[in-house]
Design a protein. Structure first.
Length: 144
């Protein structure tokens, strides 16, 4: 077994000498910032789509427990929750568009406003607003 068979990630570039960058230093102005991902844009889109898909699933699954435990979730409130879940699924599918990230932020604000309909929607809104803020932070760190 040769050394290239053992190490799937060779340290030398076959087209030239290896380029060494000291650990902890930022790349110079001429070099792009490397995240270590093959396709960083795709990874970030997947993070946003996964976050919104999970939010839609949780919203739909939360309807019945809120009705049973909370008791005062009416038809209009259920319609609002379903509309928010559908909007989250649609936005998850449109994460290639730049405006979808802003629309996802607006969706989190609308879910927070859903707290006026039922207190548990406010709790879900806070949780998913924090998750979305983290997804935006990761997007900013990876894409710059």
């Amino acid at each position: 077994m040769t050394s290239s068979e053992r190490d799937p990630h060779p340290t030398e570039d076959p087209t030239g000498p290896p380029v060494e960058q000291p650990v902890g230093e930022e790349p110079t102005a001429g070099q792009p910032r490397r995240s270590g991902l093959r396709n960083p844009e795709r990874a970030v889109r997947g993070l946003g789509a996964g976050t919104l898909s999970l939010e839609a699933l949780v919203l739909l699954l939360a309807i019945q427990p809120i009705r049973v435990v909370g008791g005062d979730l009416g038809g209009a409130a259920i319609g609002a929750v379903v509309a928010l879940a559908v909007a989250a699924v649609v936005l998850a599918g449109m994460m290639r568009r730049q405006w979808a990230w802003n629309a996802g932020t607006v969706l989190q604000g609308l879910l927070l406003l859903g707290g006026l309909l039922h207190w548990s929607l406010l709790g879900l809104g806070i949780i998913f607003a924090l998750v979305w803020a983290y997804a935006l932070h990761v997007r900013r760190v990876i894409l710059g």
